[in-house]
Design a protein. Structure first.
Ligand SMILES: [Zn+2]
Length: 322
């Protein structure tokens, strides 16, 4: 609400002002991690929306989109407030670490809403939720393929069982403007899942990948967030007319049953049948070890493009036809 100041970490924005600062995450007595945060507090009342980038530190288009939005939104044009954390996992960004925080080897997007008494990553998750998500009315988490992943853009929302929250999340996903929309049913510590479980409509959006900071992928996120902010009445205007969305009632992940050198036989965006060969493992001498079948019929949403696959690693996910 705009009549009051909004404090997130060390950033406090009075009504009609922008504040930049840091959210310090302490484990024990040391301030171990600092996340940047920008608070744009509008001069008129309205909802508060939280936007995060860099939950995975190698997903650059989402980070860049969050930074641009933080510099482009003016408090006089905002009803309510926007809280932007452009890079959540600063240690992973600095170390170019895929999936996990190199400080403790934990994927923060599996431990939300965090644990204030846990390891550094669990405390980061808990701090982000306490400081930023808890005082927001809606949440958008910007992702992409990690350093070793290619993907077709898609948006995920969690079906929490609260019909009003789920309908609001689904609507946010549709106005974002990415054609492929996945409903997630199983809670696994994802940012958007934990937020929806708290009653906050939320989406996780995926654009770009493979460590490339490319303008089209940044634009998908900038336009998408702008559309949602218009939809929620935070900024003036009507969301762009979106392409007819394709809803997947679930997605199916394929994890490696063994390690080896992986040779994919499909591309992102390709339609596959259940059981269709999607790739092959070979050993270090080039001998075939195993062929891998698609877990479901649908569309390949992401694909790990590094040939170095270990047992248990994700290989791809399929948006499953309803
Ligand atoms: Zn991610």
């Amino acid at each position: 609400m705009s009549e009051r100041g909004i404090k997130v970490g060390e950033a406090t924005a009075a009504s009609g002002q922008v504040a930049r600062g840091r959210i310090r995450v302490a484990v024990g007595t040391a301030a171990a991690v600092e996340m940047p945060v920008v608070v744009i507090n509008g001069s008129r009342p309205g909802p508060t929306v939280c936007i995060t980038g860099g939950v995975h530190g190698g997903e650059y288009p989402g980070i860049e989109a969050a930074i641009r939005l933080s510099r482009g939104l003016r408090p006089e044009a905002v009803r309510g407030a926007v809280i932007i954390v452009p890079i959540v996992s600063v240690p992973a960004f600095q170390r170019r670490a895929i999936y996990v925080n190199p400080m403790d080897g934990i994927n923060i997007n599996r431990v939300f809403p965090g644990n204030p008494a846990g390891t550094i990553t669990e405390v980061m998750a808990a701090t982000l939720f306490r400081e930023a998500v808890a005082q927001s009315d809606a949440f958008i988490d910007l992702h992409g393929g990690d350093l070793v992943e290619a993907l077709v853009p898609f948006t995920i929302y969690y079906q929490s069982g609260n019909a009003a929250v789920d309908e609001a999340s689904r609507k946010m996903a549709e106005v974002y403007g990415i054609r492929y929309i996945v409903r997630s049913m199983a809670i696994k510590g994802g940012s958007y899942q934990a937020a929806a479980a708290m009653g906050k409509p939320a989406i996780l959006t995926e654009s770009g990948g493979q460590g490339i900071l490319d303008e089209p992928s940044v634009q998908i996120h900038v336009r998408g967030v702008t559309n949602v902010l218009k939809h929620l009445g935070v900024i003036e205007g009507t969301p762009d007319a979106a392409e007819q969305p394709v809803h997947f009632p679930q997605s199916s992940w394929l994890a490696a049953e063994q390690g080896g050198i992986f040779y994919p036989a499909v591309s992102i965006g390709q339609e596959v049948e259940k059981g269709q060969v999607v790739g092959e493992f070979r050993d270090w001498f080039g001998e075939s070890i195993a062929k891998v079948g698609s877990p479901a019929a649908g569309v390949v949403l992401f694909l790990v493009t590094s040939p170095a696959i270990n047992k248990g690693d994700p290989i791809l996910s399929v948006g499953v036809f309803g």
